[in-house]
Design a protein around this ligand. Sequence first.
Ligand code: PEP
Ligand code: MG
Length: 553
Amino acid sequence: MTSTNPAAPPTVLRGVPVVAGVRCAQVIRPVRMPVSDGPAADLAETLRPAEAARCTAAAAAVAARLRERATRATGAAAQVLAAHATLAQDRAWLAAIDNRITAGAPAVRAVAEATQEFAEMLTKLGAPMAERVTDLYDIRDRVLAELCGISEPVVPQPDQPSILCARDLAPADAAELDPARIIGLATTLGGPTSHTAIIARELGIACVVAVAGLDEVPAGAMVLLDGSAGTITVGPDPAQIATAPAGHDAGAWIGPGATADGHPVALLANLQDAPAAGAGGAEGVGLLRTELCFLGRDVEPTVDEQAELYGRVLTAFAGRTVVIRTLDAGSDKPLGFVGHPVEPNPALGIRGIRTAWRHPGLLERQLEAVAVAARDTGQRPWVMAPMIATVDEAKSFAALARSLGLSPGVMVEVPAAALLADRILDHVDFLSVGTNDLAQYAMAADRMSADLSALTDPWQPAVLALVGMAARAGRAAGKPVGVCGEAAADPLLAAVLVGLGVTSLSMAPAAIPAVGAQLARVTEAQCRAAADAVLAATTSVGARAAARAAMGE
Ligand code: PEP
Ligand code: MG
């Protein structure tokens, strides 16, 4: 049982660290309105068409408001809100509501029942579809609010800086967080690559997910959140608050990325659009997730449309490295215009580079658009393919990219690619390690599962051994090997990756200053010692402790 009594000793809850930073504040919790079943009696037949129209209008109003919020947001928040808006217009869900109203149910009951049916169906399908249940409930609550003429649920906007604790956050809620008021975020569910985690990272909000026991911490409790250790201390004593480590806050770091003894490490941004400003001092773009640019689209964007987008990113980072990843469609990022087959295991199915087999011309048109953008802007973008598993895949991607004058690289997300990194590097100019998927595939654990987040922890020594293997191959070939998975945004782990021989780190822009500050505090030799210590560890917890000790923390 969690203690919130000030006289009781502090209780430490453990979760998965996502965004570094130590924060102490009172807990607030999102307020969701209770969902009513609506009137029990069926509607008279004459009233049903008007009730159905009222419901359709309510869903359309919710979708329009979310789309409008998407146009005012930037980055991941904008993409997530736009995708959320399409859910409010999901044809199958709306049809299920309509059928119920036609059979006599009032709109409120029809929405609640249809949502329940869909939620149960999604839950049975397992991850990643089950992840959408939170989204669906959020849409339901918004439509019910619209039908009842009350305001939509909102994330509380506290007067005091607070720590938001929630079971899970709907994307629309996560996108709404104000980092000046919400200084820490903790969720019971979610994994290190969930929407909540991605947005927290982008906003620079210290964050821990998959926290066991968090549901019992009430609003108003004082907690100390440590986003590096992945802990929530409930009722910390005053000495703990006073001596709380400064975390990995950036202080006066101004870049460029380098260790204390001057070993350069390019710190790059993960983006899905041209940035509105600065991008956290990024020295370039290490990962443009092009599939996120086109979420919710049913028609393939034209070469010209794609070229315009890529051109904007190239112009924003003129003269600097820009790595454009070709569409990583499928699994957790399905695209309407790609038309994915129904597969029992989408994460092991046709995703990433494999979609090119089923859709001749899709990859060629995308690379052509990059080539057009390169010509129009006079820049030299790098292109990289996701989900490469064989040397032949890397070879044919490289040949295609080179035929268009582009510099090719591939992602190392499948353990097979790490194991054969030396032979893949015979064909490509660079590698970029995607630790999110590499952890998923190395540990045979779904990256979206909160229950398995200890396995998908990038501190797992087996995952880091694979990263080390890719980095060694890069050093031998004299070619760059970066990391663009979420691991790069963890300051302590970033230093370990440098010790493993990684040459660049790409992350959400908000994470760059803290990573830059951490690297500036340690020497390359300390990073190497930490890497050796981590590779000798047998658990992720042991790896973290060994890295801290090796770096004198
Ligand atoms: C990764 O797998 O680490 C990666 C960067 O790709 P994504 O998260 O987009 O799958
Ligand atoms: Mg990936």
